[in-house]
Structures are given as structure tokens and as C-alpha cells.
Design a protein around this ligand. Structure first.
Ligand code: ATP
Length: 298
């Protein structure tokens, strides 16, 4: 009977996932085997990532031809760096993530990973190289162990355990009566937003990708959860290149480089301190968020 319900579960999941904006696209493609917008060029070689650098070279993109969303965007994330993308709503932040994952191809310019044009390599290899922690992580009505192992078929118990530890969710799991065998989701244990996100981080860690894309939740997390997730990301960001799309500037103040995007154009970039000193859009956004935080605290 369970086998019968699984496709229904899946449909619900696909629907909820699509609604969230940046979806866990690799999973979607794997599950649905649907027609993709972009196709591999014949005989496309695999992406080989030795130094996971990311480069956007004058990238121009619009969902429809009349309206450019990214207007010649250039930036570089050196291998091992932590880069954050901030900017007003609709600036094009999530679009950058979708292009990096090659959900679409740019209409102009190139996107390179370790010097290789991502439009010229096999998509499966590209998607294996990038782990995504989406805004609102979706868990299956399955055990916690299954949800973590889902990052990579054939993960061993040890790997699952190790990923949970690095994602700082292990103590929580070990306190559950059935541990990793505890069912989660509608029929089982309900997890908080922060716990769900940590399961998603563990899932990505099992995959062990050289590049990690983190789409910060827009919804407010309590500051404790936010702090926990921050620390977790710090730990998992070691030895890999991370790109974080951030809404709360406080979560990315220690990024190596912060890219400030406005209307599809890079208007400022630099470290938190450099950007504050510029007294531009970033400084303005920072001041606004600080005073909002003070209001909440008052
Ligand atoms: P937010 O902070 O609100 O998440 P964002 O900076 O991530 O915003 P994007 O999601 O990249 O912004 O969207 C940039 C623009 O592209 C917006 O004007 C949006 O309406 C438009 N857009 C996004 N996705 C699509 C789509 N699938 N088809 C058409 N237009 C889209």
C-alpha cells in the first residue's frame, strides 16, 4: 500500500517545492525526469572540479526576451571563498542561483566553474558539484535517516551519522526514541524550521559537493536558530566555495565578499566593513535592518 501512496506524496512535494522559488532542482529532475529547458551539447564532457572557483562573465539573462533581469553581471568567487549576494527583493539574487545550476542558459556572457563553461559540460556532473540548501527545505514522509541519505544513493550509516554531526543535528536525533529511524513529516515528528534546515544541510553534506549554494529563508527565524544555523554553515563551509543568498545582512557580515545587486546590476561589492565605509546601498540596508532589530527588541 505504501508503494501506492508514494507517487502522491511525491506530487505534493513537487508542488510545495515549486512554490518556494529556488527549488532543490537536482532532486526534481531526478524524480520527474522531465523535459529540461537546457540540453547537453553532444558529447559534453564531465565538469572536473579541482579548484571550485565560480566566475560570472558579463552574464545577461531575462526570463522573457523583453525584460533583462541580469544586465551584464560579472563577479568572481575564488576557490574556497564565501560570497554572499544581497539586494532588494526582485534584484535577481535567486536568478543567479538558478543560472549557476543551469536551470536556464544566459542570453549573453558565460558562467565558468574552475575555468569550464557550464553550458558546455554534462549537466549531471554540474549538478553533482553543487549542493543546494533551499529556503524552505522539504522533507519526505520518511525516516530522518532516509531524509539525510537522500543526498546520495548508497550513503553508509557512518556517512549519514557523520553528516548529521557536522550539521549539528546529531544530538537532537540521538534524543529521539527511534533515533535515525524516527519518521518525520505529516505522519511523524514535526521539525522546526531550523531543524529542517539542518537536516537539509546534512543531506547536502552527504553529497559532499565542492560548491555549496545556500538560499537563506526569508521567513523570520528566532535569533537562536539563526545563530545555530550560522555556526553550522561556518563549519560546513570549510574547504568549499559557498554562495549565500541572504536576506538578513547579519548572517553574512563575515563573508569574504558581499555582492550588492540592484535591478540586475552589481552596484557594490566588498567586505562588510568596506561596504559600510562606502555609505551606499549596503550601508543603507544595514542601517535599516539594525533599526528594525532594535524595534523588535524594544
Ligand atoms: P527576493 O529577494 O524577493 O527573493 P530576488 O532578488 O531573488 O528576490 P529573483 O527571484 O531573482 O529576485 O527575481 C528577479 C526578477 O525576475 C523578479 O522581477 C521576478 O519577478 C522575475 N522572475 C523570477 N522568476 C521568474 C520566472 N520563472 N519567470 C519570469 N520572471 C521571473
Amino acid at each position: 500500500l505504501m508503494q501506492l501512496f508514494r507517487p502522491l506524496d511525491m506530487l505534493g512535494w513537487v508542488y510545495r517545492t515549486i512554490r518556494q522559488g529556488l527549488i532543490d532542482m537536482a532532486d526534481m529532475f531526478r524524480l520527474m525526469d522531465e523535459q529540461e529547458e537546457v540540453k547537453d551539447v553532444p558529447g559534453a564532457p564531465a565538469l572536473i572540479v579541482r579548484q571550485p572557483s565560480i566566475m560570472f562573465d558579463n552574464v545577461r539573462f531575462g526570463y522573457d526576451p523583453e525584460r533583462d533581469i541580469l544586465k551584464g553581471l560579472s563577479f568572481e568567487a575564488p576557490a574556497g571563498s564565501h560570497v554572499a549576494i544581497v539586494g532588494p527583493s526582485g534584484a535577481g539574487k535567486s536568478t543567479i542561483a538558478r543560472l549557476l545550476f543551469r536551470f536556464y542558459d544566459p542570453q549573453g556572457g558565460r558562467i565558468l566553474i574552475d575555468g569550464q563553461d557550464i553550458s558546455q559540460v554534462a549537466q549531471t556532473s554540474l549538478r553533482e558539484a553543487i549542493g543546494i540548501v533551499p529556503q524552505d527545505s522539504v522533507l519526505f514522509n520518511e525516516t530522518i535517516g532516509y531524509n539525510i541519505a537522500y543526498g546520495r544513493g548508497g550513503a553508509t550509516t557512518e556517512e549519514i551519522h557523520d553528516a548529521a554531526q557536522r550539521a549539528a543535528i546529531l544530538p537532537f536525533i540521538e534524543r529521539l526514541p527511534d533515533g535515525f529511524d524516527t519518521e518525520v513529516g505529516e505522519r511523524g515528528l514535526k521539525l522546526s524550521g531550523g531543524e529542517k534546515q539542518r537536516v537539509a544541510i546534512a543531506r547536502t553534506l552527504v553529497k559532499n559537493p565542492p560548491i555549496m549554494l545556500f538560499d537563506e529563508a526569508t521567513s523570520a527565524l528566532d535569533s537562536r536558530t539563526e545563530q545555530d544555523i550560522l555556526e553550522t554553515l561556518h563549519a560546513v563551509g570549510q574547504d568549499r566555495t559557498t554562495l549565500a543568498i541572504a536576506h538578513r545582512l547579519s548572517t553574512i557580515a563575515d563573508a569574504d565578499t558581499i555582492l550588492v545587486l540592484d535591478h540586475g546590476t552589481l552596484v557594490e561589492s566588498g567586505s562588510h566593513r568596506e561596504l559600510l565605509a562606502k555609505r551606499g546601498l549596503y550601508a543603507e540596508m544595514w542601517a535599516r535592518q539594525q533599526s528594525e532589530a532594535e524595534e523588535v527588541a524594544a
